[in-house]
Design a protein around this ligand. Structure first.
Ligand code: ZN
Length: 365
């Protein structure tokens, strides 16, 4: 019997009549205005499928012609997010996800990010939001053992991170939910490629302000939808990843929002945040689409003898191409960092005291 989505994942889409069937329970109504600025001048950036987990469904990323905000439209409902993203959030996604997204987690990158914030202060307590397995805190605390690193994540993986000793305390849930309980507790807060996954990035920024002490620092690294790689690679650009990425925020929008919420932006740059993996990730996504790994939850895959043979051979045959792509990514990285081919940006903002801002910003989302 061929594998079905239900057999592999143990779950069907809510109220679907067949594996992967798209229903209203998974998608909100399509918006006619930009969730960032309210403009109705929208255009479709791309239409794509789930290139990572190969679950059924079609997803659309729209772009606002006024503010350049990018967003999934129609957006997944909480049930849809749970169906499509829970395995990834719980660290149970396909092994390919680690290969494709793993370049973000090099120890060198994590050390550099910590050092970037430490130029502006010496935090005693640091909360990493969207921490996953807490790979950033695990590296940073080796260099800075006097900082108490905690993590927050919606997935069960945060509990494993505590058990592994990567963080001292793990908070399971969303930042807007947990912010009132954590108010004023942290000197530093980091979000590495976290805002892309959140239904309401503004609520995350407000909640971060609640959790930070006055004078505390917020470090954000996020994909840049205005990178030239986005236009060049289209649906194969890993930061366009659907259906996981709900929002892609241009740097100037995030900068302005932080200032409006009662932060002072003290650093903003693309150079250091660039992740040299665009070509490698695109190739791995394309290979995964040609031949999903054995056991991948894709009901369309029928295990004919030919496909089984190809599935066994292709990874070995493709290995030199993947190695070449990785080499080119690293070779081009210095040039990409200096140009608009940089694929991400980093912002560091200081939380202003409440009386320094008309917004107050203490609502916690
Ligand atoms: Zn807009």
């Amino acid at each position: 019997m061929p594998p079905t989505e239900q057999a592999v994942t143990g779950r069907r889409p809510p109220h679907a009549t067949g594996p992967g069937q798209r229903t209203d329970l998974l998608h909100e109504p399509r918006r006619t205005d930009c969730p960032w600025c309210g403009s109705t001048r929208l255009s479709t950036r791309l239409t794509t499928t789930d290139l990572l987990q190969h679950r059924s469904g079609t997803f659309v990323l729209d772009r606002c012609d006024d503010c350049a905000h990018h967003f999934q439209n129609p957006r997944l409902t909480p049930q849809g997010l749970d169906f499509y993203c829970r395995d990834l959030h719980d660290g149970l996604g396909p092994a390919a996800a680690e290969r494709i997204l793993g370049a973000r987690h090099s120890p060198r990158r994590h050390r550099a990010a910590a050092d970037a914030l430490l130029r502006f202060g010496e935090p005693e307590s640091w909360l990493d939001v969207g921490t996953g397995r807490a790979l950033f805190p695990a590296v940073a605390k080796e260099e800075h053992p006097y900082i108490a690193f905690d993590g927050l994540d919606a997935g069960a993986v945060v509990e494993l991170a505590v058990a592994d000793g990567h963080i001292e305390e793990g908070h399971r849930g969303t930042l807007p939910e947990l912010a009132p309980r954590l108010a004023g507790r942290y000197d530093a807060l980091s979000m590495f490629h976290h805002l892309e996954h959140t239904p309401d990035p503004r609520a995350e920024l407000r909640a971060a302000r609640t959790v930070l002490r006055p004078g505390g620092h917020l470090l954000i690294e996020t994909a840049d939808p205005e990178s030239r790689c986005a236009a060049l690679l289209g649906r194969w650009w890993v930061a366009h990843l659907q259906p996981q990425h709900l929002h892609l925020i241009p740097l100037r929008n995030l900068h302005r929002e932080l200032e409006d919420l009662g932060y002072t932006v003290i650093a903003a740059e693309r150079r250091a945040a660039h992740v040299p993996h665009d070509l490698t990730a695109a190739l791995l996504l394309a290979l995964g689409r040609c031949l999903p790994a054995a056991g991948a939850p894709r009901s369309a895959v029928r295990s004919s003898a030919l496909r089984r043979a190809l599935r066994a051979l292709l990874p070995r045959a493709a290995a030199p191409a993947v190695a070449a792509a990785r080499g080119i990514d690293h070779l081009l990285a210095p040039a990409a960092r200096r140009t608009r081919f940089a694929n991400a940006y980093r912002i560091i903002a200081r939380r202003d005291p409440d009386d320094a801002s008309g917004s107050g910003g203490g609502g916690g989302g």
